[in-house]
Design a protein around this ligand. Structure first.
Ligand code: MN
Length: 207
């Protein structure tokens, strides 16, 4: 089962303070994320999913009948990407190729941030906001419900996500209570644009 391993958080629980508080990080990573992972591993046992090469293959083959695999596999994958999109040295803005692609797709970094923030703020209930590379190689923003993501076979907007923001209440309620927009504003201070640029160039190489 090593290909679906539970990875260590790439920083300390308090590394993203004051934007994301240590208590939220600990509960989110060690309770929520761990539960998605262990339930995913249990759900794929003795199924066709167990020997698949990657989460991409799992999401490509998922359908409505695989609720436990979808919800927990989505939770596992989405959170892994989310942790990797942030770091203590985050904030600022993208550079080089990614900056250019954002300008091309959204006309400016400022407008991109508004579109992404709006997608995150208006996602009703629990879900995620995404920056993704669509099959034509263009950047797009979307949001998804629950633990769905743009890699799933039945996604409305399909593509390879390179930036993820968790807008489930468990991601922000301890510090921000009902103030989701404040949490979204804080997120921009910890986005690791070097990591997102690396995701972007890796996706382009695969297209
Ligand atoms: Mn979460």
């Amino acid at each position: 089962m090593s290909k679906f391993e539970f990875k260590e958080l790439p920083y300390a629980y308090d590394a993203l303070e004051p934007y994301i508080d240590a208590q939220t990080m600990e509960v989110h990573y060690d309770k929520h994320h761990r539960a998605y992972h262990s339930k995913f591993v249990a759900a794929i046992e003795d199924t066709e999913f167990e020997n698949m090469e990657s989460m991409h293959a799992v999401f490509t083959n998922i359908n409505k009948g695989n609720a436990a695999v979808r919800n927990n596999g989505g939770g596992y994958f989405n959170h892994e990407l989310f942790w990797s999109c942030m770091s203590a040295k985050g904030g600022g803005k993208p550079t080089d190729k990614l900056a250019k692609a954002i300008d091309q797709a959204f006309s400016s970094f400022k407008i991109f941030k508004e579109i992404f923030s709006n997608a995150a703020a208006t996602r009703f209930g629990s879900g995620w906001a995404w920056l993704l590379v669509n099959p034509q190689g263009k950047l797009e923003v979307c949001s998804t419900a629950n633990q769905n993501n743009p890699l799933m076979k039945d996604a409305e907007v399909k593509g390879e996500p390179i930036l993820a923001l968790d807008v489930w209440e468990h991601a922000y309620y301890l510090k921000y209570q009902n103030r989701r927009p404040e949490y979204i504003d804080a997120f921009w201070h910890v986005v690791d644009w070097e990591a997102i640029a690396k995701n972007y160039s890796e996706v382009l190489q695969k297209l």
